[in-house]
Design a protein around this ligand. Structure first.
Ligand code: IMP
Length: 221
């Protein structure tokens, strides 16, 4: 089923303003940096490490500084998307100095094990209302952008003061969707990656870096 047939539209979510009430055209946030040259992995299932532990740490410090500056004096509700965003949520939340509260959502996007269809179901919803709150969605990776596009529309309909996104990783396909992502860690090539929260059949989430799997592991999965 196509995204349109499933009632999923890939236009921009209804997010009109930034935390400071400006029109948001994405130029005050943090654009994704290209990943540095990959390094060989010593893990038997991984082909290459795309983002090292050090690069992750430095990027999270940078993202936190940008978010602290943009939301100075305001309280932000961080909404982590389970399970992939847990590592980013834990590290980013501790790096921020502004006042924050945490919530989690779990969504499932139907599709194969390595791609999403844009048909989204809420497995775990937010515990309380977000009306009037400044919401910052914490996402692991944007691939097709279909999941996030749906989530932004869903959250925007709950009347928050603002909704923005911080995503650690973004693949090139995401740029084809009209999706305003305010903070992006790294723009990575179009490959399936694991580690730092990201899984393949629930494995590899706890690796402290982000890397690509060997073709043998993908074929066997
Ligand atoms: P999208 O709807 O295609 O943007 O995919 C969103 C979700 O698919 C992400 O939040 C991840 O959970 C998952 N995903 C997309 N690409 C990858 C990947 O390379 N590795 C692991 N999970 C991924």
């Amino acid at each position: 089923m196509s995204a349109e047939a499933a009632g999923i539209h890939t236009s921009a979510p209804g997010v009109a303003t930034t935390p400071r009430g400006e029109q948001n055209h994405g130029h005050h946030g943090l654009a994704g940096a290209p990943v540095p040259a990959p390094v060989p992995s010593t893990h038997p299932d991984l082909a290459e490490i795309l983002v090292t532990e050090n690069a992750l740490r430095a990027k999270i410090t940078e993202l936190a500084a940008a978010i602290d500056a943009d939301y100075a004096g305001q309280e932000v509700l961080l909404v982590g998307v389970l399970k992939g965003a847990v590592m980013l949520m834990a590290d980013l939340a501790r790096a921020l100095t502004i006042s924050t509260t945490l919530e989690f959502m779990a969504v499932s996007s139907y599709g194969s094990s390595t791609s999403s269809s844009g048909v989204v179901r809420i497995l775990k919803d937010l515990d309380r209302s977000i009306e009037g709150r400044h919401v910052l969605v914490v996402e692991d990776i944007i691939d097709s952008g279909l999941t996030l596009s749906w989530l932004m529309r869903n959250l925007s309909s709950r009347h928050p003061a603002s909704v923005e996104v911080v995503a650690l990783l973004r693949k090139p396909e995401a740029l084809r969707v009209d999706l305003d992502v305010r903070y992006v860690g790294f723009d990575i090539p179009s490959a399936f990656v694991v580690g730092y929260g990201l899984d393949f059949a629930e494995r590899y989430r706890t690796l402290p870096y982000v890397g690509t799997l060997t073709p043998e592991v993908i074929a066997a999965g």
